[in-house]
Design a protein around this ligand. Structure first.
Ligand code: NAP
Ligand code: F7E
Length: 359
């Protein structure tokens, strides 16, 4: 039986990947960190928590990373853990640099020193491109990071290549564009929108505060994207691959589809909040996944509008269940008072006051 070690197993991708690898008969190990409130809801939601081996550890703690590698003795390591929220990286740039960037070296170096013949996946990101290209971005497009998060990911990308090229390690970068699901964290714009639309539909709140509606992203469905991670590590040679849908949509389109899917007009509920604009935002991203298609046989299957509908439907179902007295596991806030939810994520930066949206 092959074994895999997943860092970030409690996150969106970690949970889906754990499920995929279990289906492929792997012994799945995952590193989790001590938090005051446990974050196993995704693993419970997918019914996999009792089928995996969880090892305590923190990316910033070298000893615990080494311990996890020794205990799991993995054939494959999927390095997914990160401070992954771009917005938060402006408020916590050094911590993001350490967790999202330097930790890649901690793991690669531990694998090298322990002489493990392991296949390694690095969760690189489309954010690394920044606003560098007018064409769809592929593996040759230069990077132009526009946040501390993106800069940390560029560092991780290069360390992965450097360990591959200098020490012959089987180390791959997955250059994944945005991918979403009902397991997405509530701070990201897709899930924030679908969760709030569900609440508005059920009369639990009236409006949603949003920032830059003009930003465009290439959004895909997360369970399909974790398959590409596994495919990369089954390839004959280690390489880097863009994983995307090749289509681009604005935040406004996301909002329109989400509201209209439950029979509501978005303009009655959206409040533009200057505080939610980033100091620097990537205006538009679109990926060219030709190489992944040609070499790995990977392609996206779920359209953007279907993705948004899947997420809205699941958030409505969860809130209905909650109103009927059902308990977690899922991440809806336990309090219905979400008046100040936007403040929670903005940190110390204040740019101006809210204005009701008008076209
Ligand atoms: P996520 O849901 O935010 O999960 C992040 C994971 O990292 C969580 O399990 C978190 O643990 C863990 N983590 C954070 N800091 C840690 C630390 N100091 N020590 C140990 N674990 C730590 O992210 P995701 O959406 O699944 O993304 C997975 C990876 O792909 C990330 O590296 C992300 O940057 C990258 N990526 C994501 C996308 C996307 O659209 N989703 C696109 C490109 C690249 P807790 O549960 O304890 O917080
Ligand atoms: O923002 C705009 C915001 O936070 C998308 C991470 O998984 O994908 C993700 O990063 C866009 C931005 O994702 C709100 O300004 C408007 O332009 O959902 P997001 P992201 O920054 O693209 C990449 C590939 C990763 O690697 C990251 O780990 O939406 N936006 N209003 C908003 N964004 C948020 N979060 N909240 C708003 O209210």
């Amino acid at each position: 039986m092959r074994s895999a070690l997943i860092t970030g197993i409690t996150g969106q991708d970690g949970a889906y990947l754990a499920k995929l690898l279990l289906k492929k008969n792997y012994h799945v190990f995952g590193i989790y960190r001590r938090t005051s409130t446990p974050s196993f809801w995704r693993l419970q939601y997918l019914g996999v928590q009792n089928k995996i081996t969880l090892i305590p550890g923190d990316l910033m703690d070298t000893g615990s990373v080494i311990n996890a590698i020794i205990r799991s003795n993995p054939d494959e390591v999927y390095h997914l853990a990160a401070q992954s929220f771009v917005e938060a990286s402006f408020d916590q740039p050094s911590a993001t640099g350490d967790i999202t960037g330097i930790s890649v070296t901690r793991i690669l170096d531990a694998l090298k020193l322990l002489k493990k013949n392991v296949r390694f996946y690095q969760a690189s990101s489309s954010e690394m491109y920044g606003d560098g290209a007018s064409q769809a971005q592929n593996e040759e497009t230069p990077f132009h990071p526009a946040s501390p998060y993106a800069a940390a990911k560029v560092y991780g990308y290069w360390l992965t290549r450097i360990y591959r090229e200098s020490f012959g390690m089987f180390a791959c970068n997955g250059l994944l564009f945005n991918h979403e699901s009902p397991l997405r964290g509530l701070e990201f714009v897709t899930r924030k929108v679908t969760n709030t639309v569900a609440m508005i539909k059920l009369g639990l709140t009236k409006s949603i505060h949003l920032g830059n509606l003009k930003a465009k992203r290439d959004w895909g469905y997360a369970p399909e994207y974790v398959e590409s991670m596994w495919m990369m590590l089954q390839n004959d040679t280690p390489d880097d691959f863009v994983v995307a849908t090749g289509s681009q949509h604005s935040v406004q389109e996301l909002v329109e589809i989400a509201f209209s899917s439950v029979g509501l007009n978005w303009e009655d509920h959206v409040i533009i909040d200057k505080k939610l604009f980033r100091p620097l935002d990537v205006p538009a991203l679109k990926g060219d996944y030709t190489k992944a298609n040609k070499i790995l046989g990977w392609k996206p299957k779920t359209s953007f509008s279907d993705l948004v509908k899947i997420m809205v439907e699941e958030d409505v179902r969860r809130w209905r269940a909650s109103l009927n007295g059902k308990m977690f596991p899922w991440d809806v806030p336990s309090s219905l008072n979400i008046e100040n939810q936007n403040e929670f994520y903005v940190g110390s930066r204040v740019y101006g006051s809210s204005t009701k949206h008008s076209r």
